[in-house]
Design a protein around this ligand. Sequence first.
Ligand code: SAH
Length: 227
Amino acid sequence: MNSADTRKIRLVMHLRSMGISDTNVLAAMEKVPRDAFIPAQMQDQAYEDIAVPIGRGQTISQPFVVATMTQALEVSDRDKVLEIGTGSGYQCCVLAHLCRRVYSIERHKPLLLQAEKMFDFLKLRNITAIAGDGMKGWPGQAPFDKIICTACAPGDPPAALLDQLKIGGIMVIPVATGEQQVLRRYKKEGEDTFAVKDLMPVRFVPLLPNLAPASENADDEYGFAAG
Ligand code: SAH
């Protein structure tokens, strides 16, 4: 076993000790090599339970947060899942091991292209990703069994996302409450009715409208380890 495998198993044990009990989620996280998503100069942090910068001011989320969000979605292998904020593609790959198909939207085109290389590298064929504004959802593919948003909504979640959730479906999204952010779970009970539960305080980058202009893509300080 190489040292990445040893560190990965240690991380999974840590997640279990932190209360992640869904064995399917733990197994999916054990299958995805987080080190392959992490810039070369931060490889020593690949299996630490911390968020890591991936360029363009964005981050790959903390493993405990990925695990908590994935567990809260109650993903089944029949589910069609929408992810907003592809980023490095890590969360998307964890979901791809658990559901039928993942649709993912990223507003930074260079990040999307890098993530798509990772999907190929890991031979995950049930992911469809596009560059776009995830606040509008993906009307052509709606409705979704599950929706996960990995950027923080300013207050209430975008209406399009709540609309595009199937009745009985679950959405997990960080929302801003003043200076704080909280991870919130919405279970759609009827056309306009939701059971809402706050899961934990979090820190995410903001959900921003529209495709990122080229000026926002200018910073390219990170090289990647694989892909
Ligand atoms: N899921 C990612 C973490 C992403 S960080 C991972 O596993 O690595 C949040 C991402 O959301 C950033 O890449 C950011 O560019 C993106 N984002 C922010 N607002 C968005 C929007 N309206 N539509 C799509 N992506 C958005």
